[in-house]
Write a protein that binds this ligand. Structure first.
Ligand SMILES: [Fe+2]
Length: 208
């Protein structure tokens, strides 16, 4: 089983890298940051050793994710079969004003400090949210790109708002305040972090 899961990891990562690499055509900060990310990518044809995590069949996002992937089977080939083995990460403390947010929004990190493919220079994964999720304003020292695969939303970056959907990219410079207000459909984004990938993101209203 674990050999099959390793194959799926690499299949999903190759698909995500291919889709993410369209950022090179976007020009500006997105293209420059995409090039940086691709430079830091491990060689997926000759990957370093990595450990497949234990399956998490009871993760609260697994059911909505599986339903979403049934409707979008070609979005990321292999992802539906890999779903029980995803390295889910959600680092925020619960919010009093949105207490079950972690059951509606999450991400799985394939490359990063705590990910199956270890890196202290690159974070790379896929985020998923159910409908009607607001990802409130937050900051982190890493530079970030979202490559939107599914769902539409209003993406706020340092006071500017853009309506984005599948095929669009969003670049967040280190410490840029950014937020996403998504509509009633599920959303899926590939994301990358470079620079300080160890310091966690935090809400800008934390402690207020
Ligand atoms: Fe971010």
């Amino acid at each position: 089983m674990s050999e099959r899961v390793r194959e799926l990891y690499l299949q999903v990562l190759k698909s995500a890298r291919r889709q993410f690499s369209r950022g090179l055509d976007q020009g500006g900060d997105v293209a420059a940051e995409t090039a940086r990310v691709l430079d830091l990518f491990p060689d997926l044809d000759h990957p370093p050793p990595f450990t497949v995590p234990e399956p998490k069949p009871s993760h609260p996002l697994l059911t909505p994710l599986s339903a979403f992937l049934k409707q979008h089977p070609d979005l990321v080939p292999g992802l539906a079969e890999l779903a029980p083995f995803l390295p889910w990460t959600y680092n925020y403390a619960p919010r009093a004003d949105d207490p079950n947010l972690h059951e509606r929004m999450g991400w799985f990190e394939f490359i990063g400090p705590d990910a199956p493919l270890h890196s202290l220079e690159l974070g790379f994964g896929i985020g998923f949210s159910t409908g009607n999720v607001t990802y409130r304003p937050h900051i982190h020292p890493a530079a970030e790109i979202y490559c939107i695969l599914a769902g539409h939303g209003d993406y706020h970056v340092d006071g500017e708002v853009r309506r984005l959907g599948p095929g669009d990219f969003s670049y967040h410079a280190p410490f840029a305040i950014h937020a996403a207000i998504r509509g009633d459909e599920p959303g899926m984004n590939i994301y990358s972090w470079t620079g300080d990938v160890v310091t966690l993101s935090k809400y800008v209203d934390e402690g207020i």
